[in-house]
Design a protein around this ligand. Sequence first.
Ligand code: URA
Length: 237
Amino acid sequence: MRLDRFLADCGLGTRSEVKKMIKSGAVAVNGKTITKAEVHVDADSDTVTAFGTEVEYRKFVYLMLNKPQGYISATRDGRTPTVMELVPEEYLHFEPFPVGRLDIDTEGFLLITNDGDLAHRLLSPKKHIPKTYVARIQKPVTERDIKAFREGVVLDDGYKTLPAELKGFEDKNGFWAEIVIHEGKFHQVKRMFEAVSNKVLYLKRTKMNKLALEEELELGEVRELTDEELALLVPEK
Ligand code: URA
């Protein structure tokens, strides 16, 4: 790829800013100063430095956000804060976006990336990627609910969901459920509980595919995924 694209992709500036940087003699490829922006570099084998510091090429960024309530899963909105306001400045030049939607009052694992192909594969209705949620609910889970979820429940618009796994438990704070769904209809978890005459009072996504939300990640915190974590997230072909 062209040297100016390489540097711009790495976040060193806009295309015209990095062109100026190259022209000024601040950039070297394999130890040799290059002043022409159109010079071709190989991201895998060439060593590029800017002002003497090595620039490591990367095209994609993968971030785990523990989404707090009060933020919408969008890149832009007029008034309501968006999850992008929680993403540290250093990642913004990658132009990342949230993958899928969590409701404004839902917490938990939201992937933010600029890898459109991965986003597409995670969201594709054909892939049936499992998503795990923990919900505090109004009434305890019954055997009947478990069976109904396993068979698929009919939502308020007549849509019958794919089979979902449901478990119930209880603590001093009330009745809880863990649910694994394999699709992502609008307000799906809330509507599934409504279909069995129950109500979600609090909802948190704890897992996407095989990757769990890191328990130590505070609400509103963002961090990059490790390669091992990314492998747990990427759907099998
Ligand atoms: N299901 C819901 O009802 N809400 C969410 O935010 C995610 C899944």
